[in-house]
Design a protein around this ligand. Structure first.
Ligand SMILES: NC(=O)C1=CN([C@@H]2O[C@H](COP(=O)(O)OP(=O)(O)OC[C@H]3O[C@@H](n4cnc5c(N)ncnc54)[C@H](OP(=O)(O)O)[C@@H]3O)[C@@H](O)[C@H]2O)C=CC1
Ligand SMILES: Nc1c(N[C@@H]2O[C@H](COP(=O)(O)O)[C@@H](O)[C@H]2O)[nH]c(=O)[nH]c1=O
Length: 333
């Protein structure tokens, strides 16, 4: 059985990791909580961005700075610790150089080149490795760890980012905003939509949307901690958009055009994006549906009273949109 303190440690690690979703590509968002022998939380940390310390190393560094390193007994990690040298040295080494005796792991590394290496190395060195999914009361939290990791897992297994379609419908079922406006959803839904922008690495749109809305695709309705350059893929022909819009877009985005939707997977594969968000009109949405080129479909439907109703359809067992409490929290900020 997983003790209560470990369950709470996983909750804390997932919430901390979620804060950096959208900033870590090409690395996954990962969280780590360190506990002492009595199960007291010592440190909660997460990976911030590629090239910086992984969650486990950052947590152990913070434990040293806080003077609690000697008390570290259990590490709770949302993803199997890495056992290979990339931009940074293996996390397994850092754990083995610490007093850690037990490592709880949320889900296995989906990278086919390194799968299993981290857990095996720790076990071989005498550390007790516990998999969340193998614990009778761990299934829900394991699913949340997989939801956190889903965009990275998609990139590792299919070579492209996770694709979330966001479609706003008015009370008549139309996607077209009233004249002079680009949106019609409520302020709360707009905050949610902008939190989704912040969490994703790439926007997919169409020339029809660009021409109709002159969209900026910026993060405005929630604070943008990341403020990094993102990718923007415009389905259609570049000749159909104004040079002025393109110049503006290029100040914030690396812009690509995709005149043939069948070439979209290859184009997406060339980027480092983990999570892509579709903000396009009916033309592109129909093409994506026809190609089965989407992973989850978020519909924001307005009723006659002006209230929005969210629904998510996913083609997979898990979706990052399942982390709804984290969403609510970040949409409130
Ligand atoms: N409510 C909502 O959530 C949203 C609403 N909208 C609204 O949608 C409306 C625009 O709709 P729409 O004109 O359909 O715009 P789209 O954004 O769907 O763009 C349509 C264009 O996409 C390109 N395209 C379509 N199919 C393919 C394909 N198979 N391969 C490659 N490119 C393709 C074509 O470009 P080309 O002709 O250059 O080849 C086509 O003209 C606007 O009123 C806008 O406000 C837009 C986004 C979100
Ligand atoms: N109409 C509509 C949306 N539309 C999307 O938002 C884009 C405008 O973004 P911006 O330029 O940043 O204001 C627009 O071009 C389209 O992609 N989004 C929503 O959340 N709700 C809405 O009702």
């Amino acid at each position: 059985m997983m003790p209560n303190c470990v369950a709470q440690a996983f909750e804390a690690a997932i919430a901390e990791a979620w804060r950096f979703v959208g900033q870590t590509a090409p690395n996954p968002a990962v969280g780590c909580t360190l506990l002492d022998e009595a199960g007291e939380v010592l440190i909660v940390a997460a990976h911030h961005r590629a090239g910086q310390l992984h969650a486990e190393r950052l947590a152990l560094e913070q434990a040293k700075r806080a003077g609690v390193f000697g008390r570290v007994h259990t590490a709770v990690v949302t993803l199997e610790p890495c056992n290979h040298t990339g931009r940074t040295r293996p996390c397994t080494e850092a754990l083995l150089e610490s007093p850690v005796q037990t490592v709880w792991i949320g889900c296995p590394d989906p990278n086919p080149h390194v799968a299993g290496g981290g857990a095996a190395a720790l076990t071989k060195a005498g550390v007790s490795v516990r998999w969340l999914a193998e614990s009778p009361n761990g299934a829900d939290l394991a699913a949340r760890c997989r939801a956190l990791l889903a965009p990275f897992a998609m990139r590792m297994t299919q070579g492209r980012p996770w694709i979330t379609v966001k479609q706003a419908l008015d009370q008549h079922g139309s996607m077209v905003p009233p004249a002079g406006k680009t949106t019609f959803t409520t302020p709360e839904s707009l905050r949610f939509a902008h939190a989704l922008r912040r969490a994703t690495d790439l926007v997919i749109t169409g020339t029809g949307t660009v021409v109709a809305d002159n969209p900026s695709f910026t993060v405005r309705h929630v604070q943008d901690h990341a403020e990094r350059r993102r990718d923007l893929v415009v389905c259609g022909h570049s000749a159909h958009v104004s040079t002025h819009w393109l110049e503006q877009a290029r100040t914030r985005f690396d812009v690509y055009f995709c005149p043939d939707i069948q070439k979209l997977p290859a184009l997406l594969a060339e980027t480092t994006a983990l999570w892509a968000m579709v903000e396009a009109g009916p033309g592109v949405l129909a093409a994506l549906r026809e190609q089965n080129l989407w992973d989850d479909w978020l519909t924001i439907r307005q009723d006659a009273q002006g209230a929005d109703h969210f629904s998510v359809t996913t083609r997979h067992a898990t979706t990052p949109l399942a982390l709804f409490s984290e969403w609510a929290r970040c949409a409130e900020e």
